[in-house]
Design a protein around this ligand. Structure first.
Ligand code: PTJ
Length: 254
């Protein structure tokens, strides 16, 4: 990474930032993706840049949902494609799901570039280049989806999703899993399972959990899901931020 040494205390965060910049330069990530990343960085700073216990609990519930899903789909936008392309492809393979390029600031060129980028990491099934359905309640470009993909999915994994689109997917009766560093966002509050974690930590965690939990009985997976309370997990995520700040800056936060 440019000239920042690995000993720099915020090396991981700076590396993530560079990946998003590189995504923009390669035409994979939109310019708005830089703004989203900046917002994410600020919130990750409040979290202490680590996976918290409530995020771990959400990741476990997400793994259970993905393993039990009949028609799971993993949605990929410009930021996820820049930050975790290999992990998205690996997770898709582990749960036997297609990937669908599903971007908010849609241009056909960027959809194609993201799809090609995922294929360069070995993705077998990438949807989204030829959408043939519309998600009800959204305007034309934002509504585009694919039959056999997001449109028909029972469980959709949509890291860094927009609030309107998340609500529209939930209205369609889908179970929605998101990764969002903002526990207060509409997406976070609407989703079935919200992982308040950086996508660069959440994806490796999810892959490990899917591997570990694949051998569990269906009843155990079902009980993980029924015991899960997204609102309580969001509350604990906010508390995790406050307690991190009060430990780190006792003279400023009590
Ligand atoms: O590629 P596109 O066109 O689909 O655009 C993707 C973005 C992310 C730009 C678009 O969906 C967007 O504008 O999203 P928002 O509404 O800015 O929401 C992004 C959310 O993701 C915010 O709540 C951020 O805090 C959060 N976020 C940003 N970076 C990360 C993150 N969450 C987890 N990991 C991150 N690295």
């Amino acid at each position: 990474m440019s000239d920042v040494p690995p000993s720099h205390p915020r090396y991981a965060s700076l590396l993530t930032r560079e990946k998003v910049v590189e995504g923009v330069e390669r035409g994979i990530t939109g310019l708005n993706g830089l703004i989203a990343q900046g917002r994410g960085e600020a919130l990750d700073y409040l979290l202490g840049e680590k996976t918290t216990p409530p995020a771990e609990e959400a990741e476990r519930a997400a793994a259970a949902l993905l393993l039990l899903a009949e028609r799971p789909v993993l949605s990929v936008n410009g930021n996820a494609a820049a930050l975790v392309p290999e992990e998205m492809v690996l997770l898709a393979r582990k749960i036997g799901a297609p990937l669908e390029v599903n971007i908010f600031y849609r241009t056909e060129e960027r959809v194609r570039r993201i799809a090609d980028h995922l294929r360069s990491f070995g993705a077998e099934e990438v949807l989204g280049e030829e959408p043939d359905a519309s998600i009800p309640g959204l305007d034309h470009a934002r509504a585009k989806a694919t039959r056999g993909g997001i449109f028909d999915a029972d469980v959709v994994f949509v890291p860094l999703e927009d609030g309107d689109r998340c609500e529209a997917l939930v209205r369609m009766g889908k179970r929605v899993i998101t990764v969002d560093l903002n526990p207060l966002s509409r997406t976070a509050r609407t989703s079935t399972v919200t992982i308040v974690d950086n996508v660069v930590r959440a994806l490796p965690n999810l892959i490990t959990l899917v591997e570990e939990m694949a051998s569990l009985r269906e009843a155990e997976l079902l009980s993980t899901i029924s015991a899960y309370d997204n609102r309580a997990v969001l509350r604990r995520s906010v508390e995790a931020m406050i307690s991190h700040l009060s430990r780190q800056f006792p003279d400023l936060v009590d």
